[in-house]
Design a protein around this ligand. Structure first.
Ligand code: PRT
Ligand code: ZN
Length: 286
């Protein structure tokens, strides 16, 4: 009987949907409902456990789950012995120290002697120690952002993504102390069979991630501009040129990285490209 790889993902919350999505994009389908505690994949040797995110590092360290998806912030705070296999590109946020908006702030030394409320005492303590700051850490488990307004603390250390929660509570970001995104973690001693299944899963996830960062471009170009246009496009190997029915024109196809995308489009237009089509790529296997 084949051994199934067990993956732990968040039961509900910010990482739940994207964790399921990345598995589905990797071609994995589930038969029983995804809102139970466990689900089985029907076309891949994978079993999903749904857990609170805080428990995932421990389950993976103990081997109750073989792999898991969790925020780097949780992983760093819990400091468990697991391997980070892959950054997944979602759940991006930062752990920041914030103070009341009308307070003056010149630098990290201003935190000396302050009372800082947080659910991340370990990461905060490490940061303060590194900067040789003595401050009081108040560990609280939720609603951290109201601590200054009720007189419980002078500052907070909490996760921020858009910054609107800080703004709504009259706070401003003073220091970013940790940057985080969702990561795929694994138990440090997987047996051969499970390692093989994990490698297959990682291969698929990487193909999906790569595709998300790239776009497929099709355009028409006059033949006398082809040289200039090909110079703008990355790597000759990924560029295809096909003659069009209309004499003197060709169709050019290429793959472009999202980061360079707008720059390249501008340069293509300047070099006489017409009818530019940009198409999303589903998977990239190179
Ligand atoms: O029930 P369970 O314990 O599983 O969930 P949870 O309530 O502990 O976690 P959840 O679902 O809130 O977050 C899960 C993970 O998502 C976190 O560990 C981070 O890795 C990641 N993440 C990304 C965030 C945010 N962005 C985020 N903005 N987690 C929390 N927030 C909160 C933050 O604490 C603050 O209250 O959102 C608020 C700030 O958001 P902005 O957009 O107003 O700045
Ligand atoms: Zn949690």
């Amino acid at each position: 009987m084949e051994t199934k790889l067990k993956i732990a993902i968040q039961k509900s919350g910010r990482l739940n949907e994207d964790s399921i999505k990345i598995l589905k994009e990797a071609g994995i389908e589930f038969n029983n409902g995804l809102n139970k505690l466990k689900a089985d994949a029907i076309n891949f040797p994978l079993e999903v456990f749904f857990l609170r995110d805080d428990d995932i590092p421990q389950y993976v360290e103990d081997g109750v789950a073989d792999i898991g998806i969790v925020g780097e912030n949780v992983l760093e705070e819990k400091s468990k012995k697991v391997k980070i296999q892959n950054k997944l590109g979602f759940g991006k946020c930062r752990l920041s120290i914030a103070i009341e908006k009308n307070q003056k702030y010149k630098g990290v030394l201003d935190l000396k002697g302050k009372r800082i409320a947080t659910s991340y005492p370990t990461i905060l303590a490490k940061y303060l120690k590194k900067n040789k700051i003595t401050a009081e850490i108040h560990e609280i488990s939720g609603s951290v952002e109201i601590a200054p307004s009720i007189g419980l603390a002078d500052a907070i250390c909490d996760l921020v993504s858009s910054g609107s929660t800080l703004f709504a509570n009259g706070l401003k970001e003073a220091e970013v102390i940790f940057k985080s995104e969702a990561v795929l973690i694994s138990n440090s001693k997987l047996d051969k069979a499970k390692q093989k299944t994990l490698d297959q899963l990682l291969f698929r996830i990487n193909a999906v991630k790569k595709a998300k960062n790239n776009k497929y471009i099709l355009l028409n170009a006059p033949n006398n501009k082809l040289d200039a246009i090909c110079k703008v496009l990355p790597g000759m190997k990924s560029t295809t040129i096909v003659p069009l029915a209309e004499k003197g024109w060709s169709s050019v196809h290429s793959v472009v990285n999202e980061n360079d995308f707008w720059d390249i489009i501008e340069q293509l237009k300047e070099n006489g490209a017409q009818g530019i089509l940009v198409v999303p790529i589903e998977k990239m296997i190179l």
